[in-house]
Design a protein. Structure first.
Length: 67
């Protein structure tokens, strides 16, 4: 991974390469914001958590298709 505090693009590039640590950092950086949005839309904490988990799993699964 590039640098100690990589920018968003560097994290995505590393996720594409299969770097689980990059995904963990990406999650740390964006999960609270994503959860907040999901909670506001769904108005249900459990459903928002499910959406958050599925969203980041989809990022991991489809990273190689990122352009």
């Amino acid at each position: 991974m590039t640098g100690e505090h990589p920018n968003d693009q560097a994290l995505i590039d590393d996720i594409v390469k299969g770097d689980e640590q990059a995904l963990a950092q990406f999650y740390e950086r964006f999960s609270a914001r994503a959860y907040g949005i999901a909670l506001k839309v769904l108005r249900n904490a459990a459903e928002a958590e499910d959406v958050l988990q599925e969203t980041f799993m989809e990022i991991w699964r489809s990273a190689t298709r990122y352009n």
